[in-house]
Every structure is written in structure tokens, then in C-alpha cells.
Write a protein that binds this ligand. Sequence first.
Ligand SMILES: Cc1cc2nc3c(=O)[nH]c(=O)nc-3n(C[C@H](O)[C@H](O)[C@H](O)COP(=O)(O)OP(=O)(O)OC[C@H]3O[C@@H](n4cnc5c(N)ncnc54)[C@H](O)[C@@H]3O)c2cc1C
Length: 70
Amino acid sequence: MAPLGCELSERGNLKAGSDYQTTAPGVFACGDARRGQSLVVWAIWEGREAARDVDAYPMGETSLPASPEL
Ligand SMILES: Cc1cc2nc3c(=O)[nH]c(=O)nc-3n(C[C@H](O)[C@H](O)[C@H](O)COP(=O)(O)OP(=O)(O)OC[C@H]3O[C@@H](n4cnc5c(N)ncnc54)[C@H](O)[C@@H]3O)c2cc1C
């Protein structure tokens, strides 16, 4: 179990859904913390996507721009 009560994946990363929310409600993870050691472009891409989900969490919607399709 990681801090804040977040569960870890089998690979030892923070477990998070497609909305980047961990198993602890209101706690989000992206980049290397979620996918494990990877490439900086993924960290940037996921960071932008996660920011949209963080924004939508209390607001119900977001106007932040989406990351480009890959
Ligand atoms: C040696 C090395 C070489 C690499 N070379 C390449 C490369 O050539 N090309 C490439 O695409 N990728 C490369 N990578 C991978 C790339 O650096 C990572 O995928 C990317 O930086 C991940 O970004 P991130 O924001 O998810 O995590 P990080 O960049 O690790 O950022 C996490 C941040 O959180 C901070 N932090 C940690 N714990 C806490 C805490 N408790 N409280 C507050 N802050 C905290 C850390 O200080 C850090 O600033 C390399 C990685 C390494 C280690």
C-alpha cells in the first residue's frame, strides 16, 4: 500500500484507472508513477490528460485541451 492509501499494481506502480484516479478517491497518478519507467513524451501526454480528469473531478466537466491523438 502506497501513501494516502493508494494500491500498487503488480509491477509496483500506483494503480490508476483510465481516468487516472488511484484507488484512493480524489488522488490521481500519471507518468512514471502510474506506468512505470517510460519516456518523457508519455509523461507529458498523460500529465495533460490527467489534468483534465483532475479538473473534471470536482467540476463535472473540463475546458482544458485534450492531448493530441496518438
Ligand atoms: C537516467 C534517465 C534517463 C532518461 N532518459 C530519457 C530519454 O532520453 N528520453 C525519454 O523520453 N525519457 C527518458 N527518461 C525517462 C523520463 O525521464 C521519465 O519518463 C519522465 O521524466 C517521467 O516524468 P514524470 O513527471 O512522470 O516523473 P518525474 O520526472 O520523475 O517527476 C516526478 C517529480 O516528483 C517529485 N517527487 C517525488 N516524490 C515527491 C514527493 N513526495 N513530494 C513532492 N514531489 C515529489 C520528484 O522530485 C520529481 O520532480 C530517462 C529517465 C532516467 C532516470
